[in-house]
Design a binder for this molecule. Structure first.
Ligand code: FAD
Length: 510
């Protein structure tokens, strides 16, 4: 009697109850498949990081005495899909039972369910034991409501999981310390160097090359910085709480040329492939604050906890409440292609050039670059959300559909009509100039609204609201913007709209 247990590339959870006991009747299966490498054009570092982490995980299981089958991409037996390989392995092992952990991606979830239904042996999907909450929590909490409110979800999670609570009340008296955070980076605090794990991945790069997997982006010297083992992920967590957490919230929204990582945690890859559990990340941050309240303020730790216990769990809930419809929503009916410079960084707009170049170099950009630089531009320019999604899903090392599509289509592109974001996240050059230092090195002038040197964000901003008036003007959070627009002289409005029209027809030239 043999049981096959499938472990997907983002299910590298060493703490899972599956692995607490070594069972001779169980064989674990991991596989590198073209079905996944070719789903979109991924960043080279992303594919390599996944495969490196999967290989290390398989090795770890073997060392613990577990039976493991690992199919490499170039294995002649590899059928390159999950069902294809499972079918062959079930036969080869004369397996009487198939088990898998619940996938985080709808597409794979469907595929495995359909495959299991076609089998005559016993099958079971078990929980991945990773998130704070099961898939359905958010849908249950907001049943009957038209929108989901992150802030109320987050407060419920704080109470339910007893995090930063004092006798049922939020520690310090407030749920949210955003007011104290979100400053521009002025260089006063030196940026700490992030841990670079220096994994030589030449062999994997060679494999992808030989197999003809098309990727994007760079990987200098085949030297991967991302943590790909549990031990490295724990080191990365420790380094974050010691060195970066003290200023995490303060500079959370800053845009700067001083460095690509600021005080961000860089933990999203390790979290998303489950090398780290969100609870241990939250607990490490809270504990660091308890131990060093003189160095780490409550505002920093609350800001960080909100990202993980709030936003991350919230987005997963939205995903399961709304798929599969969610991935094709296009409320604003945007249909333009992404400019080619999204794949090269070759644009004169300094903030975009920096965010894209950095993304190609590191497979990473921090949240405000994703939301208020690349995302803001794509939304204002009217880019097709399918194209925006494919780009975000490909380029970032942490990009998995459940958290990418909800952030991209929902939070960033307002393509869900306001389910996730209460208003579109758009801003003119004024915001970018206030939060960052790119404008000082940009040939475009953030203060100018029209003319060849005007920052394109300015005209695009007003044009966006004008174009979408019928859809947006009843939103109470946008009323002020329309009142300002309506007070403008008709000639000024015309000039802005003409400028925007020219920009939208010449995106490639910006
Ligand atoms: P930090 O800034 O240090 O934040 C700590 C952790 O909080 C992150 O590691 C992440 O796990 C969590 N977190 C923070 N913000 C969010 C959020 N909005 N949604 C979910 N979790 C959050 N995150 C992904 O993990 N994968 C994606 O594919 C992804 N795509 C995005 C696309 C767009 C358009 C936008 C605006 C955001 C996206 N995010 C995505 C959310 C966020 O930008 C990244 O989680 C974060 O930048 C990762 O870097 P970090 O680990 O240094 O995060």
């Amino acid at each position: 009697m043999t049981t096959l247990r499938l472990i997907l590339g983002d299910q590298l959870n060493a703490q899972h109850s599956w692995f607490q006991e070594v069972r001779p009747d169980v064989t674990y299966v991991l596989m590198e498949v073209r079905q996944e490498t070719d789903a979109v054009r991924h960043h080279l570092q992303k594919v390599v990081a996944f495969f490196a982490a999967m290989r290390s995980f398989a090795e770890r299981l073997r060392q613990q005495g577990h039976r493991v089958v690992y199919l490499t991409l170039d294995d002649p037996q590899n059928q390159q899909t999950f069902p294809g390989n499972l079918q062959a392995l079930l036969r080869a092992h004369q397996a009487t039972r198939l088990e898998w952990m619940l996938p985080d991606e709808w597409r794979v979830d469907q595929q495995l369910q359909e495959f299991a239904a076609s089998l005559e042996i016993e099958t079971e999907a078990v929980d991945s034991e990773h998130f704070f909450e099961p898939r359905e929590t958010l849908a249950t909490l907001f049943r009957g409501k038209k929108t989901y409110l992150m802030e109320s979800f987050y407060r419920k999670m704080r109470q339910k999981h007893q995090i930063l609570l004092d006798a049922g009340k939020p520690v310090g008296g407030k749920w949210n310390y955003d007011q104290d955070n979100r400053q521009r980076y002025d260089g006063a605090v030196p940026l700490p160097e992030p841990l670079h794990f220096h994994r030589d991945v030449s062999e994997l790069v060679q494999l992808l090359h030989e197999q003809g997997v098309v990727t994007m982006g760079h990987l200098a010297d085949h030297d991967l910085m991302w943590p790909t083992t549990r031990e490295q992920a724990l080191q990365a967590l420790e380094a974050f709480v010691q060195e970066r957490l003290p200023f995490f919230g303060t500079y959370q929204d800053a845009l700067t040329e001083a460095g690509p990582f600021l005080f961000h945690s860089l933990l999203s890859f390790a979290l998303n492939v489950k090398l780290l559990h969100p609870r241990e990340v939250v607990e490490a941050a809270v504990q660091a604050w308890e131990q060093r309240p003189d160095v780490i303020s409550l505002a920093q730790v609350e800001g960080f906890v909100r990202q993980i216990l709030g936003w991350r769990e919230f987005m997963r809930g939205v995903y399961w409440a709304q798929m599969p419809e969610y991935r094709s929503m296009n409320f604003l009916e945007h249909d333009r292609p992404l400019p080619a410079w999204f794949w090269t960084g070759d644009t004169k707009m300094r903030c975009l050039q920096q965010a894209i170049t950095q993304s190609l170099q590191h497979a990473y950009a921090h949240h405000i670059q994703r939301l208020m630089v690349t995302g803001n531009f794509a939304l204002l320019a009217g880019i097709d959300p399918d194209a925006v999604d494919a780009w975000y899903l490909g380029i970032y090392v942490d990009a998995l559909e459940w958290v990418e599509v909800t952030n991209t289509r929902g939070m960033s592109q307002f393509a869900d009509g306001g389910l996730v974001a209460t208003k579109p996240y758009v801003a003119s050059a004024n915001y970018l100039n206030r939060m960052g230092d790119h404008c000082t090195r940009c040939p475009y002038d953030p203060k100018l609204k029209t003319g060849p040197r005007a920052c394109p964000f300015n005209a695009l901003y007003w044009d966006f609201f004008d174009r979408h008036r019928a859809r947006l003007q009843r939103n109470p959070r946008i009323g002020m913007t329309y009142r300002t627009w309506d007070r403008m002289a008709p000639e000024a409005q015309q000039q802005l709209l003409q400028q925007a029209s020219w920009i939208r027809d010449h995106l490639e030239a910006l």
